[in-house]
Design a protein around this ligand. Structure first.
Ligand SMILES: [Zn+2]
Length: 256
């Protein structure tokens, strides 16, 4: 297991094209007994992962960049790569949701472009790539219009094509768009009462919606994340005349 661990570390550091050529047989036992030993070691070490409790709640999930990390993901699944079940570089602290979504997706990368990014050795937040658009469809009273979160169509200039493809693949595999949409609806619901109060305060101003959104944007903490969904959603809302003049008052139930 030690040599499998060392080999894996080299493979990971060599990049995505090495990861997709990984030979499963080198990272699992040749008999059921071998794999049972690996499983027992994992179970024993797992109970020691109590130290992980200390970072719980303080660290954000590197996959979504939003939720708190409260689980450990096996980057290469322990069911197929038993010898990597306790390899530190294969254990990624992440949130329950991303872990669940990822677990449901088999690791079948055949080419570098479909290798999920590995947060230990790669930074996919060194450039901005998140875009947000608003579906300008007639808004019903009390309803927020759909905000659509996606990866920019234009590759960041300092990135290779492979890195950009891998981001797009990771974004869709981890269902990040759906997650940001759900989080955004929750955010807006939790803000609506204070937005209504502020609307009353700014009622006589030229554009109360923009004043409220600007204020929210100003105090929005992005945790140093260049692709923080809340900031870009607020920016998209601020830029849209349609949202500010038509949709937002309807959503908040403001009579004008
Ligand atoms: Zn996550």
């Amino acid at each position: 297991m030690l040599s499998a661990s060392a080999t894996y570390e080299n493979v990971v550091r060599n990049g995505a094209s090495s990861i997709c050529q990984i030979n499963k047989a080198s990272f699992s036992g040749s008999s059921k007994d071998d794999n049972d030993v690996a499983k027992a070691l994992y179970q024993r070490q797992r109970s020691r992962l109590g130290e992980f409790e200390q970072i719980k709640g303080n660290m954000r999930c590197p996959y979504c960049g939003v939720n708190h990390a409260n689980q450990l993901d096996h980057y290469l699944p322990k069911a197929d790569y038993q010898y990597l079940s306790v390899t530190p570089l294969n254990l990624i602290p992440c949130c329950q949701r991303c872990n669940g979504v990822k677990r449901a997706t088999a690791f079948t990368a055949q080419q570098a472009e479909t290798v999920l990014f590995n947060p230990y050795i790669e930074d996919f937040d060194d450039e901005r790539w998140l875009t947000v658009s608003i579906a300008e469809t007639p808004t019903e009273k009390g309803k927020l219009p759909a905000f659509i979160f996606s990866v920019t169509a234009v590759k960041p200039s300092g990135w290779s094509k492979e890195k950009f493809e891998r981001l797009r693949h990771s974004f869709s595999t981890l269902k990040i768009s759906e997650q940001y949409s759900e989080l955004w609806v929750d955010d807006c619901n939790s803000w609506s009462t204070s937005f209504c109060e502020l609307w009353d305060k700014y009622r006589d101003k030229k554009n109360p919606a923009r004043k409220i959104l600007k204020r929210k944007y100003k105090y929005c903490d992005d945790y140093g994340n260049k692709n923080y969904y809340q900031k870009w959603a607020l920016k998209a809302a601020l830029k849209s005349d349609w949202f500010c003049y038509e949709s937002m008052p309807k959503w908040l139930g403001i009579s004008q």
